[in-house]
Design a protein around this ligand. Structure first.
Ligand code: ZN
Length: 302
């Protein structure tokens, strides 16, 4: 079984990667009044009635510009990393966490792409070799050092997130030390250099809970550009005869939950699950076999 309909994995716009080096095409697209520009700043964009608010190129503020893609109807989309400007009536600034599930497939994909690129440009402004300010290239999808010519590409940090079950098909849920009471989720961690995703699953589960897992299998992925993660979802089995030993630095508690026990605890207000925008929620519901009640309140993290 695999996941689909993940909130931030719904992009529909063609990224037209071959156009990124076609300056004549890019210039023409930027002059075309039908072209739509999405301004993003600090992970937010302007939203009206759960739709992104775009501006025409001539209205776009100065800032780092990047080509997002072209729609099936020929509309070209750019992103610009710049302050959002005033929000008019009915318009608000919103992040992917807030509107990731509310936007259309097209808009969710565009905002995810734009936020990811803007986060990279905002934090990688100099050549890592000699400190020279870099110049965006490939329509904002890379940057070049004008001094030594080195080329630099956007960063994506792979992370694994995994639902572990015991021989009774109970799932392991844990509470991160940084979270308020009641919040629980499945385990997660970053893939280290020189490590496979499957190895990271095994290592992270062992480090955080002392549980050894087998039969690691991939279920789906979702970009999570807060600021630059790609969440790789897995399931894994915990053979019988093991006891949980929580790493108290990262987790405050971890325990096995049966489906009935989990539902009862949510109903009693004792537990809150991650929000629907997160891949964690979908992996838990994939195991559960359907939708579960309860979400974290605003500001919750996956
Ligand atoms: Zn350099």
């Amino acid at each position: 079984m695999t996941l689909d309909h993940l909130a931030l994995s719904r992009a529909t716009v063609d990224r037209v990667t071959k156009r990124r080096t076609d300056q004549d095409w890019i210039d023409a697209a930027w002059k075309d009044p039908r072209t739509r520009v999405l301004v993003v700043h600090d992970g937010q964009a302007l939203v009206r009635d759960d739709h992104l608010v775009f501006v025409a190129p001539e209205e776009a503020p100065a800032g780092t510009r990047f080509l997002l893609g072209e729609d099936a109807d020929g509309t070209v989309y750019f992103g610009v990393s710049a302050p959002l400007g005033p929000a008019g009536t009915g318009v608000r600034a919103a992040s992917l966490r807030e509107v990731g599930t509310l936007l259309s497939d097209r808009d969710a994909g565009l905002l995810t792409h734009a936020v990811a690129l803007a986060n990279w440009h905002d934090t990688h402004v100099r050549c890592p070799l000699d400190g020279t300010p870099t110049v965006p290239d490939a329509a904002g999808h890379s940057a070049v050092c004008p001094k030594d010519g080195s080329e630099h590409f956007p960063r994506t940090d792979p992370a694994v997130i995994m639902l572990v079950t015991d021989p009774e098909d109970r799932c392991l849920l844990a509470r991160n030390a940084a979270w308020p009471p009641r919040r629980v989720s499945i385990l997660a961690g970053f893939v280290e250099p020189g490590e496979s995703a499957e190895q990271a699953v095994i290592r992270e589960v062992a480090e955080e809970t002392g549980i050894t897992v087998t039969n690691v299998r991939y279920v789906g992925s979702q970009p999570w550009p807060m600021p630059r993660s790609l969440m790789l979802g897995f399931r894994a089995d915990a053979p019988a005869g093991q006891s949980i030993a929580v790493d108290q630095e990262e987790l405050t508690e971890a325990r096995w939950w049966s489906r009935a026990g989990l539902l009862a605890a949510i109903g009693a207000g004792e537990l809150a699950l991650p929000p629907a925008v997160s891949i964690a929620r979908h992996i838990i519901e994939l195991w559960y076999g359907g939708p579960l009640p309860s979400t974290w309140t605003a500001g919750g993290r996956s």
